[in-house]
Design a binder for this molecule. Structure first.
Ligand code: GLY
Length: 415
């Protein structure tokens, strides 16, 4: 009897220790991140200069209000305030968020979801500040001005010029646009007006129809004819080739359809998210540490590079994209809640493997280096010839989000 009690105590102790170890990981990384963001806030106090990446000398490069990446820095502070409950961080989150207020009337590109929902959206979720809610709803109205019922889409960019400069397309839609839909669902939820979510659903349905290949991978840009809604061409702006799988594009597709499933419970979105997950989790070109190269097909001779800069990467070692890895980790943690137990296990393990890689010195910067960004080794856009193997503020955002999701799951004993 004594032996059985002793053995049971040992097993319970071991289980408790394992649980503690797992919590230790997310907690530890978020504690480190908190210290690093404090350094970032100390070194740059001007909230009109929003940290984005580094220049060629490794110095901080900032962007202004209307850049698509403007909301991530405030989002990072909100996540770390949520984690730490540090009042000073709350003040900073409020200050960097307030600087974005004019965005609610911005209509010149589709990225308001990133810009407003990562900043004001997190701010509202955490503080329930009513002013934030009104700003988000106004931003949703602005985003809806880009919706067109003939194409069934929100227009991403005002134009897209082919890389050979021969054709200018008037209605480009990028897979990234799925990330802007949550803002619209939120607006419908808080106003009771289905107008916003109907637009989001129409956009998601059109994307589902036109953006995917049979293997589950997503095209980057689909060009529509605004006169009759027909698809004119499928291209890449940031991937290796028109027919290749740009890694961050796959990450946006995975995240966008997982979150749109959460918001609609439409099984078709879940099926697509699982298809994308399987595509990238089983891809033969995925490195062992699960941080993808910038494009799953980069350098593959079967693919024709889309631009002269992409062609420079037809041989040689391909840069990794830590931003894609972070988005995939965060999305898989969410998706794992909606799938079968076997898929759940493998998705959570995959997300954890990514986070362990990103938290290693290979990707996580030492404090006071990397212009105070957390992660190294992301890629902005190789075809545009910029931001190659650099830190990116949105890589940090999705890394923090994934850690927060992991922490929450640990607390709910889901891991
Ligand atoms: N939405 C642009 C990008 O992912 O680079």
């Amino acid at each position: 009897m004594k032996k059985i009690i002793g053995l049971t105590a040992c097993v319970l102790l071991l289980m408790g220790w394992q649980q503690h170890r797992k919590s230790f990981f997310a907690n530890d990384q978020l504690n480190t991140a908190q210290k690093m963001i404090q350094l970032a806030l100390k070194s740059n106090t001007d909230s009109s200069k929003i940290p984005c990446t580094v220049d060629g000398d490794g110095k901080l490069k900032t962007v202004g209000l209307y850049d698509w990446r403007s909301g991530f820095f405030a989002g990072n502070i909100w996540y770390l305030y949520e984690f730490s409950k540090d009042k000073a961080l709350k003040k900073e989150a409020e200050r960097w968020t307030a600087a974005l207020e004019p965005l609610q009337y911005f209509k010149d590109h589709h990225d308001l979801g990133f810009m407003v929902y990562c900043s004001y959206g997190n701010g509202y979720r955490i503080t329930k500040n009513e002013k934030y809610k009104d700003i988000i709803v106004q931003a949703a109205k602005s985003l809806c001005t880009r919706f067109d019922s003939t194409t069934g889409c929100i227009k991403s960019w005002n134009q897209f010029k082919s890389w050979d400069e021969n054709i200018t397309y008037q209605f480009p839609v990028i897979i990234d646009n799925m990330m802007n839909l949550e803002l619209l669902f939120f607006a419908s939820e808080v106003t009771g007006d289905p107008y916003f979510k109907n637009i989001a659903i129409t956009h998601a349905n059109t994307t589902l129809k036109n953006h995917f290949r049979p293997d589950g991978s997503a095209y980057h840009v689909v060009m529509y004819n605004p006169v009759n809604g027909q698809v004119l061409a499928k291209k890449s702006a940031q991937g290796y080739a028109d027919e290749s799988a740009w890694s961050r594009g796959q990450a946006w597709a995975l995240y966008g359809f997982a979150s749109t499933y959460r918001l609609t419970k439409d099984a078709r979105y879940l099926t697509q998210a699982i298809k994308v997950a399987k595509y990238l989790m089983n891809h033969p070109n995925l490195p062992a540490d699960k941080v993808p190269f910038w494009d799953f097909n980069a350098g593959d001779p079967n693919f024709i590079p889309c631009s002269p800069n992409a062609a420079k990467y037809s041989t040689g070692i391909q840069p990794r994209d830590a931003s894609a890895a972070a988005i995939i980790a965060s999305a898989l943690i969410e998706l794992s809640d909606y799938v079968s137990p076997t898929e759940r296990k493998s998705m959570r393990q995959f997300a954890k493997d990514i986070l362990i890689s990103l938290a290693s010195p290979s990707y996580l910067a030492a404090p006071e280096t990397n212009a105070n960004f957390l992660l190294k080794h992301s890629v902005g856009s190789i075809p545009h010839g910029g931001e190659i193997d650099v830190p990116l503020v949105y890589a940090d955002y999705y890394y923090l989000e994934a850690l927060m999701r992991m922490l929450q799951n640990e607390k709910n004993k889901k891991w």
